[in-house]
Design a protein around this ligand. Structure first.
Ligand code: GLN
Length: 227
């Protein structure tokens, strides 16, 4: 079976473990570098990206993860996990010492946190999603204080978009433009990195995890071929 780790410093770890196991994979929580050595790919769950950033560094996982990502290690980030994979955060939180939150990076995107604002802070919708194994109906997507992707680099493939207000919320939701909705990017892939703004693990949608497993299997095949 494919061995998948779920970063377990904070966030909705169990749901991802269940989905991977229901697909026949072997899933385990990752809290220390040695646990990272035992897996072939990693899921970074939803949660709170500022906390996740701090804990990932405190647990000495940030540097080994950055190294692996540079090396082509497959990682799937959902919601806060997408933020962790982004090269740039449009609106990072800043701690009391004035240090902005950090990311692992690797995905050439600019994300905006909590981008859908108050009115649509949490919402559900059905989305067309490119690259789904076996195709099938739209993905039912749950967004919870989700980020959107504001910019993508050339290496990044857009997999899904959703209609949203034309501007991100201003401070405290005041000053949002009333112009019509525009399509916002909510799922991307770049090489072995996959990210969604939404949470497929909570709806019984397994195809995104299936896609991730195929990315890991492909990487495994390439590695064996290189030996
Ligand atoms: N708003 C959270 C953040 O900025 C992400 C929310 C989520 O993962 N559901 O990290």
């Amino acid at each position: 079976a494919v061995r998948v780790g779920v970063l377990a410093v904070q966030g909705d770890v169990r749901e991802h473990i269940r989905v991977i196991e229901s697909l026949g994979g072997k899933a385990s929580p990752v809290r220390r570098p040695s646990e990272l050595d035992a897996v072939e790919g990693l899921i970074i769950p939803g949660g709170e990206s500022t906390t996740m950033d701090k804990l990932t560094r405190a647990f000495d996982l940030a540097e080994p993860l950055r190294e692996r990502i540079r090396d082509g290690f497959p990682v799937y980030g959902s919601c806060a996990g997408m933020i962790m994979l982004a090269d740039t955060i449009a609106d990072p939180s800043v701690d009391l010492q004035g240090n902005p939150q950090q990311t692992l990076g690797g995905l050439d995107i600019v994300v905006r946190r909590n981008a859908f604002g108050r009115q649509r802070e949490s919402f559900e919708t059905d989305l067309a999603f490119a690259e789904l194994p076996g195709g099938g109906p739209d993905v039912h997507a749950v967004f919870i204080r989700a980020p959107w992707v504001e910019k993508v680099g050339e290496s990044v493939k857009v997999l899904a978009q959703v209609d949203a207000p034309d501007t991100p919320p201003a401070e405290h939701g005041v000053g949002r433009s009333t112009a019509g909705p525009v399509a916002r990017i909510v799922a991307v892939r770049s090489g072995n990195l996959l990210a969604t703004s939404f949470h497929p693990e909570v709806t019984g949608e397994h195809r995104i995890h299936e896609l991730f497993l195929t990315m890991i299997a492909k990487r495994r095949a390439e590695h064996v071929g290189a030996l």
